[in-house]
Design a protein around this ligand. Structure first.
Ligand SMILES: Nc1ncnc2c1ncn2[C@@H]1O[C@H](COP(=O)(O)OP(=O)(O)O)[C@@H](O)[C@H]1O
Ligand SMILES: [Mg+2]
Length: 287
């Protein structure tokens, strides 16, 4: 398995990209919550399966997609879904350009068309935020056909062999609709959990190499308690968000841990009872 992944990486790394596309190659750094998640996802990519990452906000889904781009040295186009997302934002649009003093119509290729033709990664974030009628246009791109008839130009596009699709969803959030079955069915799907324990310590130490062990321990202890209360159902998922925790760590280098946790984490919870519970937990670790 390892060998199959490495061979494919070797092959993809031989591709040469122009400077503007080189800029779309992302930085890595995703840390896997266990010894298999990262590799299993790479197997999916090598087998050309569209990948769906499911997990709460701040669990590292975007970081994971970026790390795949870094691993294969492959440019990544990102699409952020919203109710306004339409076929043009995915495929591209026609515009009038001047050519030798003449006005001509040119089609400006959007992220899906570019990624398909050039063999890049297409990252579709918050895919369940899009209107359900927008995405069926991608059905033929996402199944074994890996092709698309561009409705704006009539062009038939077959995906480059390196073309890779990664999507992410925050399940169960306000404003999201459940993903359409026919769409979901085309992906292989991975749950991306919040990191804890040694893996969490690793990210903190990588991101904050100069912070005292005392502060790292305090943040780790608070994080452990927050997670316990999430599991007990007393706090919502976001209370364990790694993004918020890293923000708190960042602030705590300069202001009290208590205020840092308040601004980066507690204030963002909707429920006042939850906010108070977070601050009570913090009180057990710091004065
Ligand atoms: N497993 C992980 N490995 C490395 N960094 C992580 C991980 N989980 C969260 N992070 C960090 O937390 C922050 C939020 O991650 P992000 O990928 O934006 O989350 P999501 O897309 O799931 O909302 C980033 O700074 C990211 O580097
Ligand atoms: Mg994200």
């Amino acid at each position: 398995m390892q060998q199959m992944i490495e061979q494919e990486a070797q092959k993809r790394k031989e591709e040469k990209y122009p400077d503007d596309m080189q800029l779309l190659i992302q930085e890595g750094g995703y840390i896997s919550p266990n010894e298999y998640l990262w590799e299993d996802i790479l197997v999916g990519v090598v087998l050309k399966k569209p990948i769906l990452l499911k997990g709460p906000s701040g669990s590292g889904k975007t970081k994971l997609a970026q790390s795949i781009s870094a691993y294969f040295n492959q440019p990544m186009h990102s699409v952020n879904c919203s109710v306004d997302l339409d076929a043009e934002s995915l495929l591209g649009f026609k515009t009038i350009v001047q050519q030798d003093g003449q006005s001509v119509i040119e089609f400006i290729e959007g992220p899906v068309v570019q990624a398909m033709k050039k063999g890049h990664i297409l990252y579709i974030d918050e895919i369940n935020m899009a209107k359900p009628e927008t995405l069926p246009i991608l059905h033929s791109v996402l199944d074994h056909r890996r092709m698309l008839t561009n409705p704006f130009t009539g062009e038939v596009i077959y995906a480059h062999e390196n073309f890779t699709v990664i999507s992410a969803i925050n399940e169960g959030y306000v404003g999201t609709t459940p993903m359409n079955e026919a769409l979901k069915n085309r992906f292989i799907s991975f749950s991306v959990p919040y990191l804890s324990g040694e893996e969490l310590r690793e990210i903190i130490e990588v991101e904050f190499p100069n912070v005292s062990n005392g502060l790292v321990d305090t943040i780790m202890n608070i994080s452990h308690d927050l997670r316990k209360q999430v599991i007990n159902g007393l706090l919502s998922d976001e209370a364990a968000s790694i993004r918020s925790l890293l923000d708190a760590m960042s602030l705590a280098q300069y202001i009290s841990v208590k205020r840092a946790i308040r601004y980066a984490l507690a204030e963002k919870l909707e429920d006042e009872i939850e906010q108070n519970l977070v601050m009570e937990l913090v009180d057990t670790w710091v004065k």
